[in-house]
Design a protein. Sequence first.
Length: 616
Amino acid sequence: MIKQSSITQQNVNPDGGAQIMGMQIEGYLGKRLNNNECRWLQKAVEHNPAMMERFRQRDSHPRCIVPWFGEYPGKLLTGMALTYRMSMDADTLAAGNALVEELASVQGEDGYLGPHPKDRRFNGPMHEDLTKVFGWHGNVLWDVWGHYHVIYGLYQWYKVTGNRQALTIACHAADSVYTYFIKEGRPFASAGEPDKNLTIGHALLLLYRETGEKTYLETALAVVEEWKTAGCGNWLEAALAGLDFYQMELPRWEALHAVMTLSELYRLTGDITYYRAFEAIWKSIRRTDRHNDGGFSTGEGAAGDPYQFGAIENCCTVAWMAMSSDYLKLSHDSKVADELELSFFNAALGSLMQDDYWFTYDVPMNGIREGSNTYLAWQTVEGGQGLSCCQANGNRGLSQVVEWAAFADATGLYLNFYGPCRLDAQTPSGAGITVQETTDYPVTGRITITLEPEKPEYFSLRLRIPFWSKNTQLSVNGELQNGVQKGSYYTISREWRSGDTLTLELDMTAHYWIGDGEVKGCTSLYHGPILLVLDTGASGTDVNNCVFERAALEQMTVTGGEDGYWLTAQATNLAGEIVRLVDFADGGRNGAWYISWLNIQNAPALWDNDEIWNAR
Ligand SMILES: [Zn+2]
């Protein structure tokens, strides 16, 4: 058992320094994010009145709802907080504040903030009708998990907007969890579903860091201690024993939120053991369960095989990206940001349907995309067509770019995001700095970066050089730089002044991932961070006979904006036909089947042989 007395707040710089406040992305990506913010996120509560009604009427008119129903407002509010950090849009601020008001109005006097009636809350059985409909049995209410998301969302909203009411409600909800389990002597394991319900420690440690309230720390430590109970995951010990995540007792995706408790414990204690366990799990997932599109999970959890087909649930990728953002801030490893870019530009963006409103549940490597409004209709209720796990979580997958796009530590500013944008960040001294990127990246690799610091300041600017960019050119105010290495940060230490300009030319030569297992003999093709797919609705050729030769792919022309695609590549196949390949995010956008594991002859491996990632 970890001794509370050994823990002091802020042993380790919690967020790796200052955060971005303000990030406007232009072009294709910016338009889709803005559409999702205006069409879905700002309207989500209004379009789904049943969400808060189920909370409000939990005792007066209890209804049959899925066990995880309580997570929805928390997942939505998290997306709103991240989005607001980017857009600073008044309507998003109003929507988030309104949701906080709603949550305040439905909170129990004891702080309870879920949708389940008194006789079931926290560790009671699920509604009997679910057994009839789905054949589910036992204690499968995910009520503590729901509180995890609601507390996390409220905390994030408070951190971004300063809304004190959000923090007050979050603390009150945490108090109810403390009282029910710790004070009244119930084990968390009694709630069942430990990979969901035993994630709560993560949110409570964030609240502890904010408030110094000891009962939150006590609760979180008790939860981590309970992981050791038979059937409760044992993630910490299993990681330290060298097990891969997929070999652990409970390798479902929800457990990633439990694992994030370890990074917070490291921040609080400085105890490297927590960091090692957290890092081992991250590296394990990247090596065995992160698919070619940057998505995580096979059938909602780790399977130990990135080539295996099976649903890649959007919620799983969202959790993987949250964990990756967390790991990036601790590791300061540019390749983690490469991972985030891969996941964002492919799997996360690919989860957003073409109307920019609905998200999918499954983002397959080969297959079709279906909106949650049809695929997850079984989760929804009257008055809440958008009330499903992946729909509520979808915006977070996009907007969490603000967490990793740039950050500062005591010595420097790390720039990770490339694309046409304007970022308002802070220098190591805490002064404001605007970073302007002029580019059509990822169509081409040429990026012009202009810095506008509030005042001249000496610091190290660290630019992410992606692992796939073999020959990178960089100049600072016209002066060519030497020794730019792929898969690392390139550091320039100098006094930066307003108007200083860097020109970065990334190497967009095609690169490949050679398949194995179920996709043995097939290869994935990348243009920079973008996975290219054959869309049977857009390729204009017989895909069954579509074979490519590597040499021809290296001659393909890539253009942006054609027919509304982010990017398209014209490639010649062995039959001499011109075939159009498109970016993964747009794959199957008209409901057609798409394929990301292609038939390519003589392709060299980059991904699985790459020396930079082979180290365990
Ligand atoms: Zn989901």
